[in-house]
Design a protein around this ligand. Structure first.
Ligand code: HEM
Ligand SMILES: *[C@@H]1O[C@H](CO)[C@@H](O)[C@H](O)[C@H]1NC(C)=O
Ligand SMILES: *[C@@H]1O[C@H](CO)[C@@H](O)[C@H](O)[C@H]1NC(C)=O
Length: 314
């Protein structure tokens, strides 16, 4: 993705990468940045393999509102209800890890590494640890100055494929194929009954009957709101099994199942289900592209000192 522009008279070589993001942005300003993030993610991963799912969802929910600007990390105050407190973000996890990494980075290189880049780098490291692709991500994002719960408009799992596609195309500048690729993130993590209970009461004919029986039992247990893996086969691995599962009618969320049935998406699903290497490569590319949505760069925004609060300005 590197375009070298050579201006003949001045012999200036200008690598243009993803707008103003570039791989190795902190190479001189904070050479340890990427390894500090990686080490912290590794430590957490050793104790909790579900951190990968947490970070993938956190990253998406950040980028899907005002671009990847760490707006999701801001705590609400008496005068501002932030994105974090949207119902859509109820089960989003991983904030504590990001806050902790930020603390380490502030002691290594104060006011240098953005929270938006920490989310991106941490997700990249977690994906690699879970058997997913190892890829480079461009950095140089800045942190946003706004986080408003009213701006969280991510469609829900019972929305039709057409609505979700439109959201990806129009709001995020991502193609339908990239959308199907990113849904591959549902290869890890869980969904709570409240998100798919409507498929159970009157059995959804697009769901495998054995899975239906299993989920009916799970969701009628006394637990508050139990959860089940989105990928019923290998829920801790970033692999292409999710696509095989939805082709076998074992999608848990309605939207996941519909991806395998919709005319505009099922071709991509079939392709990824049969070609794990292609999925891995496409997933890395799509993650880099998602991570570049509407980023703040240069002197825009700020570099927060704490990821959960804006810097105080005078
Ligand atoms: C508009 C499109 C999407 C919808 C409607 C959607 C919906 C959902 C729902 C309902 C859950 C269950 C949450 C819970 O019960 O805790 C979930 C979980 C998850 N989603 Fe999505 N999702 C979408 C796109 C994405 C994308 C693009 C990614 C990442 C690239 C992603 C990554 C995840 C992950 C990893 C989990 C598991 C989280 C965990 O275990 O904590 N999703 N999603
Ligand atoms: C933001 O909220 C979280 C969770 O409630 C809390 O742990 C954290 O300390 C808060 N951040 C600040 C800077 O107060
Ligand atoms: C996952 O799928 C494979 C076949 O693709 C099967 O052999 C294996 O038993 C499945 N594992 C689980 C936990 O469902």
């Amino acid at each position: 993705m590197k375009i070298i522009v050579i201006l003949p008279f001045f012999c200036i070589i200008l690598p243009l990468v993803f707008g103003d993001l570039k791989v190795g942005f902190y190479e001189s300003s904070c050479p340890e940045a990427e390894s500090i993030v990686k080490k912290a993610v590794q430590n957490r991963f050793n104790r909790d393999k579900t951190i990968t799912a947490a970070l993938l969802r956190l990253h998406f929910h950040d980028c899907a509102v005002r671009g990847c600007d760490a707006s999701i990390l801001i705590n609400s105050t008496t005068s501002n209800t932030a994105e974090k407190d949207s119902g859509t973000n109820d089960d989003v996890r991983g904030f504590d890890l990001i806050d902790k990494v930020k603390e380490s980075l502030e002691s290594a290189c104060p006011s240098t590494v953005s929270c938006a880049d920490i989310i991106t780098l941490a997700t990249r490291s977690a994906v690699a640890l879970s058997g997913g692709p190892k890829y480079e991500v461009p950095t140089g994002r800045r942190d946003g100055l706004v986080s408003d719960v009213r701006e969280v408009n991510i469609p829900g799992p019972t929305s039709p494929v057409s609505i979700i596609s439109e959201f990806f195309n129009r709001n995020l500048g991502l193609t339908t194929q990239e959308m199907v690729t990113l849904f591959g993130a549902h290869t890890v993590g869980v969904a709570h009954c409240s998100f798919f209970a409507d498929r159970l009461s009157t059995p959804d004919p697009t769901m495998d009957p054995a899975l239906n029986t299993k989920l009916v039992k799970l969701c009628s247990s006394r637990d508050d709101d139990p959860s089940t893996p989105l990928d019923q086969n290998t829920s801790l691995l970033v692999d292409n099994k999710f696509y095989q599962q939805i082709l076998a009618k074992k999608g848990v969320l309605q939207i996941d199942q519909q991806l395998a049935l919709d005319k505009g998406t099922k071709g991509f699903v079939t392709d990824f289900a049969s070609n794990g290497a292609k999925f891995q490569k496409s997933f890395a590319n799509a993650m880099v592209k998602m991570g570049s949505v509407d980023v703040l760069v240069g002197s825009q925004g700020e570099i927060r000192k704490k990821c959960s609060v804006f810097n105080t300005r005078n």
